[in-house]
Structures are given as C-alpha cells and as structure tokens.
Design a protein around this ligand. Structure first.
Ligand SMILES: O=C(O)CCC(=O)C(=O)O
Ligand SMILES: [Fe+2]
Length: 374
C-alpha cells in the first residue's frame, strides 16, 4: 500500500537544503507526485537520484504577482560571427542539414561574456545545440542561475516543480517508480506534444537551457523543430497571408490541468496576443510562432477558420521531419535552444520505471515582433 501523504514538500525542502539528514518517507504533493524515499535511497531496480538537490518541490503557499514588462537586451546582436570565443577549441558536428548541432570541448559555465554573446547567436542560427560533458548540473544551483541570467530575466514557471529555494529552475522529473507512461498509453497512441515554452507570456523565453540529471538508458529523447525553416517552406503567397495575423496564446488550460492533478498555480494564468510570424532580433530570420500546446485562436478569424489554419500550421511543423532533430541525452549534456524559432517535444517512450530528471533555466526575451513580408 502506498504510504500516506505526509509532510509533502517540506520534507524534500529540508533534505535538499541540508543535503543530508533526516527525512520521512513521503510523497511530494504536486502534479507529478513521487515517493521521496525511492528517490533518495533508490529501489531494488533503480539507484538513488544522482542530484537530490534538484528534486522537485511545489510550494502551495507561494504565489507570485503578474509578470511586469522588462527591457530585454539581446546579447546575440553583440556576437562576433566567427565564434572564436565560443568555438575555438570545440568540435562541432551538425545534427541534420536544417537544424541542430552537437558540440564537444566547450565548458559553458566558464564562458566569458563574449563567449556568451556568441552562444546566443550560435544557438539562434543552429536553433538547438547539444553541449556534451558540461558541469552545469554539478556547480551550485545559484551559479547555474547566475550563468543563465546573462541571457534574460529568469522565468518562474506558474505550475512546475522547482528545487527547494530556487523557483526559477523548472524541473522535469519522473521518479524511479513512475508509471505515467504505462497509464498514458492506455488512453493515447503517442506522446508527442510540440510546443515552444510558455508562449502565453508577453515576453516568452529566448535562449533556453535544459540539462540532464538522470535519464533512462534508452528513451526519453527530446525532439526539436526549426520554426524558421517551417516558415520558409511555405509559398510566398501563403507567407504573405500569414503576415499581419496575430494569435491568442493561453496559460489557462495548463493552470487548470495543474489544479485538477492536485498541483499548484503560483501565478494567475494569462493570455497574450502575438504575431503568427515573428522576426529574430539577432539573425533577422522570420519564423512561425504558433504551437499546438498554447496557441488557441487567430484574432479576427471565425472559430472554424482559425481552427483550420492553425491545424494546418501545427501539422506542418509536426510532420516536418526534414527540419527536425532528435537529441539523445547523455550524462553531462546541456541542450540550448532558441525558443523564439523552435518548437520541441519530450518523448514518453520508456515504461520500465527508470528515472528521468532534467532542469531548465528559462531566460525571457523580447515581446515577439514582426517585420514586413519581403
Ligand atoms: O522533457 C523534455 O525532454 C522536455 C520537456 C519540456 O518541454 C521542457 O522542459 O520545456
Ligand atoms: Fe517545453
């Protein structure tokens, strides 16, 4: 029988703060409850979590006021496009012809500001880059946040779990005894959920960092799509029609889902209106800026018209294997994507109870803006 719900996030919070010490067997209250003991001590089949300080907590007491506008500084604009500060000693291999690179031989946490500027531009160009053999998970969480804070104001996620004391870190976590995948496929045929992160915000994220803490031996890869290439694949006549259109992005359903699963909603859900085609401030590239998870309605279109056009755009991105990449996680991997010009999807394809645990640092960027069709 499952242990009762006891001392929920506080037990993990105490443990995570001290790094050692007493804890009781507890489920952590949240939308993705897990058994703390199984994470800290391991189970018969699974070792303990490698990074217990990163176990998710959901502080149901804590709420945040609406986000306020801020002036985003796009460091990618200052980058030297020769990338010598970033890539001088690196080995770079493209993942595909149209999106993605894998890099060895760079330590992100040690980059100079010039190197960080180049990182922002390099990622905007490649869309997603997997940096191997990184120490981001091993340095103190505050140092990882200080590094990420260079790229923009940290986003605090309204519903996801966070390491105790660090609400700016968004966590993805399936514990050692998690059965979500098995349960999920009782009802669904696949787990693909294309989206760009929190596009319901007025200033959605730009350069975004996701780093692995624990991962299954096989499975749990992450998919990425190049939304700039998705735009370019459309005919000029179709592109022209999209320019000037705006769409509503909504946080309401995500907040509702969190509440229904016993989770938290730390900030009142918002909606935002963004252009359907946005221009990247550093590269000048135009990209589709709609996603199935958060984009609800095209402004000025009737419902059926909006549904029809959005469905086409969502399917176009989902089916574009020739502008997608699939990133495999390995210990030490940090994946950096530009959330303004990409979509991504986790895959829930393993169901044997292996742990999957990742942390995201999510700097916000400028309000999406459009430049005219040419
Ligand atoms: O779990 C993953 O691979 C990605 C999850 C996700 O969508 C995110 O962290 O933004
Ligand atoms: Fe995401």
């Amino acid at each position: 029988m499952a242990p009762a719900l006891v001392e929920t996030p506080q037990a993990a919070a105490t443990y995570a703060k001290n790094g050692t010490g007493e804890y009781k067997e507890a489920y952590i209250g949240g939308p993705k409850a897990y058994r703390l003991d199984a994470e800290l001590k391991g189970t018969e089949k699974q070792p303990p979590a490698k990074y217990p300080k990163y176990l998710p907590t959901w502080d149901s007491e804590k709420t945040y006021p609406p986000l306020q506008p801020f002036e985003h500084y796009e460091h990618g604009k200052d980058a030297d496009p020769k990338f010598l500060n970033l890539l001088q000693n690196a080995q770079v291999v493209d993942l595909t012809a149209n999106i993605g690179a894998e890099v060895h031989g760079v330590q992100l946490s040690k980059l100079t500001d010039k190197g960080k500027d180049e990182l922002a531009l390099f990622v905007a160009q490649k869309k997603v880059v997997a940096f191997r053999e990184q120490d981001l998970a091993d340095i103190p969480i505050q140092e990882a946040l200080d590094f990420g804070g260079y790229f923009g104001r940290h986003h605090i996620h309204p519903t996801s779990g966070a390491p105790a004391g660090y609400p700016e870190v968004h966590l993805v976590h399936r514990g050692a005894e998690d059965t979500t995948a098995r349960d999920f496929f009782e009802e669904r045929t696949n787990s693909v959920t294309w989206h760009s992160d929190v596009t319901y915000e007025k200033q959605p994220p730009g350069t975004t960092f996701l780093y692995v803490l624990d991962a299954p031996i096989a499975g749990g890869d992450t998919l990425f799509a190049n939304q700039a290439e998705a735009y370019r694949r459309l005919s000029p006549e179709f592109q022209k029609r999209l320019h000037g259109l705006k769409a509503i992005h909504s946080a309401i359903e995500q907040a509702g889902n969190s509440k229904n699963r016993g989770g938290v909603v730390r900030r009142e859900p918002v909606t935002s209106i963004h252009p359907i085609v946005r221009t990247h401030p550093a590269t000048g590239e135009k990209a589709l800026f709609v996603n199935r998870q958060f984009t609800r309605r095209i402004v000025g279109f009737k419902k059926e018209e909006s549904d029809y056009l959005l469905k086409f755009l969502f399917d176009h991105v989902a089916k574009g294997q020739d502008f997608q990449a699939r990133v495999k996680w390995a210990p030490g991997t940090v994946v950096v994507w530009d959330n303004r010009v990409t979509a991504h999807s986790a895959l829930l394809d393993w169901d044997d109870g292996q742990r999957r645990h990742l942390a995201r640092i999510t700097p916000q960027a400028e309000p999406p803006a459009e430049t005219p069709f040419q």
